[in-house]
Write a protein that binds this ligand. Sequence first.
Ligand code: G3P
Ligand code: CA
Length: 324
Amino acid sequence: MNKSDPIVIAHRGASGYLPEHTLASKAMAHAMGADFIEQDVVLSRDGTAIVLHDIYLDSTTNVARCFPDRARSDGRFYAIDFDLHEIRRLRVHERTHLDIGRSELAVFTERFPAQPALFQVPTLAEEIIMLAGLDRSRGQRTGLYIELKSPNWHRQEGLDLSAAIIQVLSETGYWNRPQQVFLQCFDDQTLRELRHDLKAPLPMIQLIGNNSWDEDSEVDYDYLRTSKGLSYVASYAQGIGPFIPHIYLGKTTSGEVHLSELVELAHAHGLLVHPYTLRRDELPHGIDSFSELLNILIHSAGIDGLFTDFPDIVVDFLRKSMIT
Ligand code: G3P
Ligand code: CA
């Protein structure tokens, strides 16, 4: 890889091929040569850091079949209502829709079948131990890219997500590896606390969503994308993780690509830019192929890294770009 090449972050593992956040999908991402592998982290009732995208268990596991009486009044099954020994009884499947009548339907219909539930929910510690083992057996140094999911919600429920993650990173020896670990969060206050109060020695990425999303944060994402907002982010973080449409705005009627100034602005504030999520099977409006998307974001916009469900394709694209 060229020094200037963007880093490839395997989004929820090689989730384009195997169910997200399973150890199988993480091992596959490792074998595909991802530079970093992502962990979304939430807590179980007994405070164990587990690798799961949602605060709910029902979109990716058979929890409703195993524990039919354990939903809250909103009908959802919350990870924080289950102890680790109960979560270990669950089996993970490809992400499915929860809408009534569609519960067996995969979100991405061409991916791994939704029916077999073959895998388990890993703890953060287990995943780190596996990746460290693969690093050793394969002679690699793969990074962790850990997202703190809904930290304010966890606090309201009586649990401290930051503390739980710090404990795992300390016990596994990763807390002092700034070259090998990124921390990411949608909530600015959580990142500021990690930087200033908890003295995190790790690079941090401020995720940027849309204000219309329910992201467990009071922050104004429109403001964060302005020069003043980016200056504020640079006071505690090393980069931003924007949504692709914050960079790629579309095409003109004559087919010209229209980009925002976000990457340039962020770079002017010394911030890295790692957009999410590049998917071969979910291309932005006006983009005809995955390689066109890669060309636009890497060569035209000049991003520093990217989250992708298909790390093998991006690694291959970067190798070929290096040759030509
Ligand atoms: O963390 C970057 C990206 O993964 C944010 O989106 O919802 O997939 O966690 P999400
Ligand atoms: Ca994430």
